[in-house]
Design a protein around this ligand. Structure first.
Ligand code: SAM
Length: 255
């Protein structure tokens, strides 16, 4: 089947999305691009090396991360100029989404090279689409500032916006985020998408106040996408609908 497909286009930067937990979540095209590219630029070469090994792919790897982005971008452009094909990946999900990538994309465009997305997993899309919250208008801001004053100010501004607010947060800061939100908008509907695509995937729904109290009891771990309903969101039944892997197991065993 692979023979019928067109070869990669020389001098192209491919942005390849990789799994956010479940190794089955990689597209056929992503695997082909990773196999055929001259080089894989990776956020963490060890991490990506393991991923490639899992799919039986051997490829030269070059590290490309936040603190060497500028230098590496130049090097990648030089390779593109020689007609090489480069697959850029990050540790998980879509490059450039709260991850390195944007700088080299901009530089490649400015220098007249082709940039081609190879779409796939992205935690924000996975979380939002299954959250039950409005998807017609949403604001994704990635991570909020770490410093509490700046974070609170930013959150106060963001929750005024129409549409669903989608945030990424590190596991040890979700508690503080819920505390801030409880102060600002205690009755706002919140959905926490935890450990998406992994064994203990769970959607935890409730008001900010409820989830803050629950979080203190349950001390959930893992990765989270935090989604905050718009202020005019009227469906309060959603607040009681949780969807955990445990529930799913009951469903499948009874069918
Ligand atoms: N580029 C990635 C993407 O496309 O989603 C995001 C990378 S960002 C550095 C990592 C953050 O994404 C985590 O802190 C968490 O908020 C979110 N995330 C990534 N994987 C996740 C998962 N399996 N479940 C829930 N959230 C996840």
């Amino acid at each position: 089947m692979e023979k019928e497909l067109p070869p990669l286009v020389p001098g192209t930067l491919y942005l390849v999305a990789t799994p956010i937990g479940n190794l089955e979540d990689i597209t056929l095209r992503a695997l082909r691009v990773l196999k055929q590219a001259d080089l894989v630029a990776a956020e963490d070469t060890r991490h990506t090396g393991m991923l490639l090994k899992h799919y039986g792919i051997q490829k030269p790897l070059l590290s490309y991360f936040k603190f060497n982005e500028a230098r590496r971008s130049e090097e990648l452009l030089e390779r593109l100029a020689k007609g090489q094909t480069i697959a850029l990946v990050t540790d998980a999900g879509s490059p450039g989404i709260s991850d390195p990538g944007t700088r080299v994309v901009r530089a490649a465009i400015a220098a007249g090279f082709r940039v081609e997305p190879v779409p796939g997993p992205c935690a924000l899309v996975a979380g939002l689409t299954a959250s039950g919250l409005p998807t017609n208008e949403f604001h994704f801001v990635g991570f909020l500032p770490v410093k509490s004053g700046a974070r609170q100010r930013e959150l106060a501004r963001l929750i005024q916006l129409p549409g669903t607010l989608v945030l990424y947060e590190s596991p040890h800061r979700v508690d503080r985020l819920l505390a801030d939100l409880t102060e600002l908008a205690p009755d706002r509907t919140v959905v926490l998408a935890r450990e998406l695509t992994k064994r203990f995937e769970e959607f935890i729904r409730g008001t900010a106040k409820e989830l803050h109290a629950k979080f203190r009891e349950a001390r959930w771990r893992g990765e989270f996408v935090v989604m905050i309903a718009p202020s005019d969101f009227g469906d309060s039944t959603l607040n009681t609908q949780n969807n955990s892997s445990a529930l799913r197991r009951i469903d499948t065993s009874s069918s």
